[in-house]
Structure formats: structure tokens, C-alpha cells
Design a protein around this ligand. Structure first.
Ligand code: PEP
Length: 245
């Protein structure tokens, strides 16, 4: 049985004090069945690491180069030096608002793995692709373009998060059938590329308006191993209920 993961993505929200009290309130939520992690704004990383407990603290973003003239960026080796071991790559907001291409995401995946990070790799289709029925081909291409260059051994350091863009922050969740079908498809692609053992070990999270009232149904699907949670991860009670689910 794969260990579940519930990961929060705080995005560009909260003050330092709010972040600290939210993080403190999550203490003790990790169990033998479920890992809990939070991807927090870069300026909170050092502070929360110093408060660290069973909930892992990860970075939402980084530059793949070790150092250099990239004003405003934080490098993967700087994160490593801080003690960070978890990073998010390929979130649709980074792809859309910051122009992160498949090629750049491939570089980020490779750099993060080379530095021993655990990568949560996001993929997912926009609404027009879902409406045209091409969502499986779209996600397959994202995986091939930015993730499937990794070795089978490196895949142990990867979690995939399927996040249909039309469901992120919209209150519109993918139905259990839609999510389950896509998760099965992703696992099949991993099986084709890396074999049965790797496919069975890989955790695939669902993200997109996941809330306490739909988490249980989603997480009961065979190929859904937990969730990547945006809005609801900012509310202690909601996030805890999702972890319970
Ligand atoms: C996300 O941004 O990763 C996400 C899943 O957001 P929300 O839960 O708010 O839809």
C-alpha cells in the first residue's frame, strides 16, 4: 500500500506570523499512513524550518542554476543549503504567469533531483483541451517533455500531482470518475516507461478545489494517493479534515 500524501500550496498568501501559527497548528498530523507537507512562500522557508516538526516544509519555486545573474531568483543549491528537501515544479500558475516552458521545467526537475530534492511535479490540462477530449494526450506530452527523462531510480524522488487547470481555485472539482480515469492513465504511462514496480510505487495526487467534503470520495479511488491543496490548505480546520480523509 502506498503511503498517502497531503500537500498544501500556500501560494502568495499569509504573513510570517500567520504562516507560523498555521504551520504550528498542523503539528502531529503526519501518521504512519499519511505524509503531510506544505509548500510555502520563499521568505518563510528558513523560519519554518527552524520550527520544524513532522510536517515537511517545501519550496514553491527555484531557479535550476546553482548561482548567477538571475535577479530575484532563488537557486536550487541555496534551497539545499537551507535544508529544504521538497520542491514543487510545473504548477500551472508558474507555467501560465511566469512563462515556464516544458524545457525549463525539465531543467528544474533535473536540477532538483541532482540536488537530492523530492519533486512534486504538476501536470494538467486547460478547459478547452478537456472540452475537446484531448486531455490524456495533453498530459502524456507534459510528462514526456519534462519528467520522463529521469531514471527509474530518480523516480523514487518524484510525486506527480494531476491538477486540471479548470479546477484550480475555481470551486469546480473534477468528478471522481474524471480524476480516477486520468490518474489511471498517468500510472499507465509510468508503467509503459518505467515498468510495473515503478508504477505501483509512484504516488499521484489530485489537485483542484479539493475540500473536506469531496476529499474522501476522491481519495478512495485506487489511483489517487492524496491531494495537493491550495485554498483549503490556508484554513487549519479544512486542511486537517482533508488529512483525516
Ligand atoms: C493548487 O493551486 O495547487 C490548487 C489545487 O488550488 P485549489 O485547491 O485552491 O484549487
Amino acid at each position: 500500500m502506498r503511503k498517502r500524501i497531503v500537500a498544501g500550496n500556500w501560494k502568495m498568501n499569509l504573513t510570517k506570523g500567520e504562516g507560523e501559527s498555521l504551520y504550528n497548528s498542523l503539528k502531529g498530523t503526519t501518521s504512519s499512513q499519511t505524509e503531510v507537507k506544505v509548500f510555502v512562500p520563499a521568505i518563510f522557508l528558513d523560519h519554518l524550518l527552524s520550527r520544524s516538526h513532522d510536517v515537511l516544509v517545501g519550496a514553491q519555486n527555484f531557479h535550476p542554476k546553482d548561482s548567477g545573474a538571475y535577479t530575484g531568483e532563488v537557486s536550487i543549491s541555496q534551497l539545499k543549503d537551507l535544508g529544504i528537501r521538497e520542491v514543487l515544479v510545473g504548477h500551472s500558475e508558474r507555467r501560465e504567469y511566469f512563462g515556464e516552458s516544458d524545457e525549463f521545467l525539465r531543467e528544474k526537475v533535473d536540477a532538483a533531483l541532482a540536488h537530492g530534492m523530492h519533486v512534486t511535479f504538476c501536470c494538467g490540462e486547460p478547459l478547452e483541451v478537456r472540452e475537446s477530449g484531448d486531455e490524456e494526450a495533453f498530459v502524456t506530452e507534459q510528462l514526456h517533455n519534462s519528467l520522463f527523462q529521469v531514471t527509474e531510480a530518480q523516480l523514487n524522488q518524484v510525486t506527480i500531482a494531476y491538477e486540471p487547470i479548470w479546477a484550480i481555485g475555481t470551486g469546480k472539482t473534477a468528478s471522481v470518475e474524471q480524476a480516477d480515469a486520468m490518474h489511471g492513465h498517468i500510472r499507465n504511462q509510468v508503467r509503459k516507461k518505467y515498468g510495473e514496480q515503478a508504477a505501483n510505487a509512484l504516488r499521484i495526487l489530485y489537485g483542484g478545489s479539493c475540500k473536506p467534503d469531496n476529499a474522501g470520495d476522491l481519495f478512495s479511488c485506487e489511483d489517487i494517493d492524496g491531494g495537493l491543496i491550495g485554498g483549503a490548505s490556508l484554513k487549519t480546520q479544512d486542511f486537517k479534515q482533508i488529512i483525516e480523509a
